[in-house]
Design a protein around this ligand. Sequence first.
Ligand code: NAD
Length: 266
Amino acid sequence: MVFEIQGKFALITGGAAGIGLAYTVELLKNGLGGVVIADIDGLKGSEAVDYLNKKYGANKAVFIKTDVTKADQLEAAFKLAISTFKKLDLVINNAGIMNDANWELEIAINCNAVVQGSLLGMKYMGKNNGGNGGVIVNIASILGLQELDGCPIYVGTKHFVVGLNRSFGTPYYFNLTGIKFLTMCPGVTDTPLISEASKFALQGYPDIGKVLAEGLGSLPEQRPEHVAIGMLKLITEGENGSVWVAEGGKPIYEVQIPERTSLRKN
Ligand code: NAD
C-alpha cells in the first residue's frame, strides 16, 4: 500500500532537534500539508517552527511544548493536530534518550511514551474511531537488533519498540484501524544523543562511559538528513509491520527477524 505524503498532516514527537527535525524538513520538502512538533524543549521548538514556516510556508508547522511521558500532554498534542489541520494521517513517535544512568526516565520515554503515542494514534486516526487510517512510525535503532555492552538498558528499550511495532503491525490491528505500523532503526547518527552518550552511562560500572563511546565509535556514522531520506521511502513504501535499517548514510533496507525453530501450536 503506497502512502502519498502530499497534502497529509503529521505529528512528530521530539521533532525540535536532531533526527526528528530532519524528518520534519524532509516531509515538508516533499509536500506534507502541515506538522505538529511535540517536544519538551520550548526554545528549540519555537526556533524550529519559525525556521520551518519561513522556509515552507506560514502555518505549516506548529509547536506544542510536550513531555511525552505525561499522557495528558501527549494527548493535547494530538488534539492540537486535529483542531489545527482537521485531520491527522501520520505519527512519528521519535522522542528518545540514551541515558542508562536514569533508566526509569529512559524507559518512560523510549517505551511507555511510544505505547501511549501508538494508542493515541489509533484513537485519533483509526477507522474504528471515525478516522481515515494512516501511518504510525515508531523509532527503534540498530540497537533494537543487536547487543551493546555500554548501554544495556537503552538496547532493551529499542528491542521493545521492535516487538511492539511488529505486533501492532499485524492484520488484526490493520483491519480494525487502517493504520500501518512501521519501525525505523537508525544507525549511529550525528546528534547530541551520541556525542554526549558517555556522560549518561550506567552508574557504578568501571570505565563504562569509555566502553560505550568505543562501542558507538565502532559503528558507521551518518548525518540526520540521511535517516530522513530513508524515512520518506519507509512511509511511502513500507509494508505494515516491517522493520527497516538506515545506517552509514546508505539506502534503507528491510530486515527479516528470524523465525524461531521451536514448534508453535499451528
Ligand atoms: P536528540 O537528543 O538529538 O533529539 C531528541 C529530541 O527529543 C530533542 O528535541 C529532545 O528535546 C526531545 N525529547 C527528549 N525528551 C523528551 C520528552 N520527555 N518529551 C518530548 N520530547 C523529548 O536525539 P536523536 O539522535 O535525534 O534521536 C531521536 C530518536 O532516534 C530517539 O528515539 C533515538 O533513540 C533514536 N535513535 C538515535 C540514533 C542516533 O545515533 N542519534 C540512532 C538510533 C536511534
